[in-house]
Structure formats: structure tokens, C-alpha cells
Design a protein around this ligand. Structure first.
Ligand code: ATR
Length: 291
């Protein structure tokens, strides 16, 4: 890495940020593509968020990622927000434009790129989404936007599932999403579904839990996508696999959200071979951290 007068800065705003894999993604991309940029994580206090965004623009920072807990709060400090990100209510990527930053949600776009690459077609598909937190909103929005016929949204706390359902159904002017209590999954018509697991249940170190423990549920699953990537195989994925489903973890979603952010910042298009190289580096770092 040669830092000189032409080096541009990229970064991550969040709290905490110490365990992020984003520097691996972006600094590796800059190296491979020979682009003179450096990506650095910034741990930001909530009270400073507005001045940080203003200061970043003043410093000419080309692009920023935003992570927990600021994906929603940051929206107030942007000069423009992409329609999908606004609807989802979460921004994870800021792109420098005239007068400030424009916000995007590349989490949603990254997941979509992953499932397209895996040959999963959402159009006309029947989907089950487990969880109704921040990540769920992006997944449900993606399903509705890309043509899913039906989404059953399961959550422990039904009110949150109702909120997301009302929001998405009214935005798309269609009755696509049906909110349900998680334990009522047996009321879903018997069929095989594409299932997204969006809760934090099963995340390291609680690797022996799944939001639905009853093995009967997994007869509903033909394809299981867990947005968790640590552990590499969650209990939800294991139970789905035992029932004969194809399974995917969240690492490629993480990869592609970063790749798409980098494409937005630099107006480039990143090919699949480069994405594979970055993925291997991410896996290497995770294995190293687990040691
Ligand atoms: P994120 O922004 O990462 O989606 P979040 O907003 O805290 O995180 O949402 C966490 C989601 O995981 C919620 O849907 C939560 O269910 P509740 O709304 O009922 O709290 C769900 N969740 C967390 N732990 C769970 C568990 N053990 N079983 C089932 N759902 C769980």
C-alpha cells in the first residue's frame, strides 16, 4: 500500500467496529483493482454522528459504510436517500455527492446478488422469513420487490411482524406479506418454501440454538438462507439440510454488500473471479480470528 497525495479515504461508521470484516473486503479490492484508496473503521459516539457525517464530507471522504446501531439514525444527516433504502428504513452505504452523502442499502442488494448467483429465482416464489428485526425488513422488501408471490413473516413478537407486513403491503399495494407468530408455522399451507433466517438466534457463541427447534418445521424448507455467517453452519442450516434442503450462510451477503458499495463509490463493475478471491480472504480472516 502506497499512501500519497492522491490516496482517497473510505470508512465504516459504527459502534462497535473492532470485529468488522469490511476492511478486508475493501482494502483487498483496492489492491486487486490497483485503486489508490484506504478503508478504515471509525468507532463513533451516537452524539457525534451528525458532525461525523458533516466532517467526513469536509474531509472529502469518498464513501462510508454504516453499521449497527446507526443504519436508521444516519438517514437524517444525508442529502439524498435511495428509494429502497428509505422504504427499508436502513442505510449501510454512503456515497459522496454534491453537498453531502446519498444513502443506499446494499445489504438488500447484496443478498439479492447472492441468491441470483446461486440460481434462486424469487419471481412467483413462496417464501418464509423468520424474524422481524432490522435485517428482516431488507429481506422482506427484497422478496416483494423481486416478485415473490407470498411471504409468511414469522416472529416471536407478532407486533413487529405486523408492522413490517403493513408497511410492505401498503408500499407495493398488494397483500404479499402475512405476519404470524413463530409457533404458528403449522398454519402455513403445506408446501416447500424458500426460507430466510434473519434473527440473531444461532449466532456465535450460541451455536446450539435455532429460532424454530421443532424438526417438523423443516419439512417446509426446500432452500434455507441464514444471514448469520459465524458459525459457518448454523443449527438452522443443519436442521434444514437434514430435511433435504439446500443451505446457504450469510457470508456471501456480506461479501456482495461490500462489493456493491465499492462499485457505487468507484463506478466500477467487479467480476465474479475477484469476488471469489475476496471471499477466500474473508474466510481466512474468520478462521484466524477463531483460533
Ligand atoms: P437485527 O437488526 O440484526 O435484525 P434486531 O432488530 O435486534 O436485530 O432483531 C432481532 C430479531 O431476532 C427479532 O425478530 C427477534 O425477535 P423478537 O422481535 O421477538 O425479539 C429475533 N430473535 C432474537 N432471538 C431470538 C430467539 N431466541 N428466538 C426467536 N427469535 C429471536
Amino acid at each position: 500500500m502506497n499512501i500519497d497525495g492522491y490516496t482517497q479515504l473510505l470508512g465504516l461508521l459504527g459502534n462497535p467496529v473492532k470485529h468488522t470484516l469490511s476492511p478486508v473486503i475493501h482494502n483487498s479490492l483496492s489492491e486487486i483493482l490497483n485503486i489508490n484508496e484506504v478503508y478504515v473503521p471509525f468507532c463513533v459516539d451516537r452524539n457525534d454522528l451528525q458532525s461525523v457525517v458533516k466532517g467526513a464530507y469536509g474531509l472529502g471522504i469518498l464513501g462510508l459504510n454504516v453499521t449497527v446501531p446507526y443504519k436508521n439514525d444516519v438517514i437524517s444527516y444525508l442529502v439524498d436517500v435511495d428509494e429502497a433504502a428509505l422504504q427499508i428504513g436502513a442505510v449501510n452505504t454512503l456515497v459522496k455527492v454534491e453537498g453531502g452523502y446519498k444513502g443506499y442499502n446494499t445489504d438488500m442488494l447484496g443478498l439479492y446478488r447472492e441468491i441470483i448467483n446461486e440460481g434462486i429465482d424469487l419471481n412467483g416464489e413462496q417464501v418464509i422469513v423468520i424474524g422481524a428485526g432490522g435485517a428482516s425488513k431488507a429481506v422482506v422488501y427484497m422478496c416483494a420487490k423481486y416478485g415473490a408471490k407470498k411471504v409468511y413473516l414469522l416472529n416471536r413478537t407478532i407486533e413487529k411482524a405486523i408492522d413490517i407486513s403493513e408497511n410492505i403491503n401498503s408500499h407495493f399495494c398488494k397483500d404479499i406479506v402475512t405476519p404470524m407468530e413463530i409457533d404458528d408455522y403449522n398454519l402455513i399451507p403445506k408446501n416447500k418454501y424458500l426460507v430466510f433466517q434473519t434473527t440473531s438466534c444461532g449466532l456465535h457463541p450460541n451455536v446450539d440454538s435455532s429460532p424454530i427447534e421443532n424438526v417438523d418445521f423443516y419439512n417446509y424448507v426446500h432452500t434455507a438462507v441464514d444471514i448469520i455467517y459465524r458459525p459457518e453452519e448454523t443449527k438452522f442450516m443443519r436442521l434444514s439440510k437434514s430435511a433435504g434442503a439446500k443451505v446457504y450462510n450469510g457470508l456471501k451477503m456480506l461479501l456482495y454488500q461490500g462489493v456493491i458499495a465499492y462499485e457505487l463509490w468507484n463506478n466500477v463493475s467487479i467480476d465474479e473471479d475477484t469476488c471469489e478471491t475476496i471471499l477466500c480472504q474473508m474466510i481466512g480472516v474468520i478462521k484466524n480470528n477463531d483460533r
